[in-house]
Write a protein that binds this ligand. Structure first.
Ligand code: E4P
Length: 215
């Protein structure tokens, strides 16, 4: 499973890129609003730091406007994927943009039927929002399972990005289901590697190493 970082923060991206496990980045308007840089400069910087796809969201609401906004965004760097919310206007725009070779990440996906239509429209990625479903007492991961089954049934090449990830368990469940990608906030990314038994083990080995003679 590929790992994307769900952030627009340059320091977080630089840090995780240095771990050697970063495959891409997803941003959204909320994440961009937290950063103190002009939007286009921020996007260019993110794209420079990340070798893989960087999702940047369109905020237009009508198909024609989404298409022109997406064309403009995709011109900012070669690794941009435009994020488009999955509604009728978004689907129309996705069909046009994907035919032009622009990668679309259909976002705010909350049902398997939305994911089916996104794939039919040619989206390169779909982003089911797992945590937000869990928040309203649904089981978000069931949605991921349903989407993966539908995509396998018809050999769709659209990749499933498990989004709105809240904790390491979400990442593990996504990997067990065979999701293509999980997009993970920095705080969760850090937790993926941590285990108290590992820290205790390292400490003990270092203490014992001091007792070894003739090193
Ligand atoms: C994904 O592409 C979104 O940016 C993100 O995962 C949304 O997560 P949230 O529900 O924590 O805002």
């Amino acid at each position: 499973m590929k790992l994307f970082l769900d952030t627009a923060n340059l320091r977080e991206i630089e840090e995780v890129a240095s771990w050697g496990i970063l495959d891409g980045v997803t941003t959204n308007p909320t994440l961009c609003s937290r950063e103190n840089l002009p939007f286009e400069k921020l996007v260019r910087e993110i794209c420079r730091l990340v070798p893989g796809p960087v999702s940047v969201e369109c905020v237009s609401t009508r198909a024609e406007e989404i298409v022109s906004e997406a064309r403009k965004l995709s011109g900012l760097a070669p690794n941009i994927a435009v994020k488009i919310p999955v509604n009728l206007e978004g689907l129309k725009a996705t069909r046009i943009l994907s035919a032009e070779g622009i990668k679309v990440n259909m976002t705010l996906v909350f049902s398997p039927s939305q994911a089916l239509l996104a794939a039919r429209a040619g989206a390169a990625f779909v982003s089911p929002f797992i945590g937000r479903l869990d928040d309203i007492s649904h089981h978000g991961m069931e949605l991921v399972e349903q989407i993966l089954t539908i995509y396998e049934n018809y050999n769709f090449v659209t990749e499933v990005i498990v989004a709105s990830v809240r904790h390491p368990g979400h990442v593990v469940e996504a990997a067990l289901l065979g999701a293509h990608i999980a997009t993970v906030p920095y705080s969760v990314m850090e937790k993926l590697v941590k285990h108290p038994m590992t820290d205790i083990g390292i400490d003990r080995f270092l203490q014992d190493w001091k007792k070894v003679t003739d090193k």
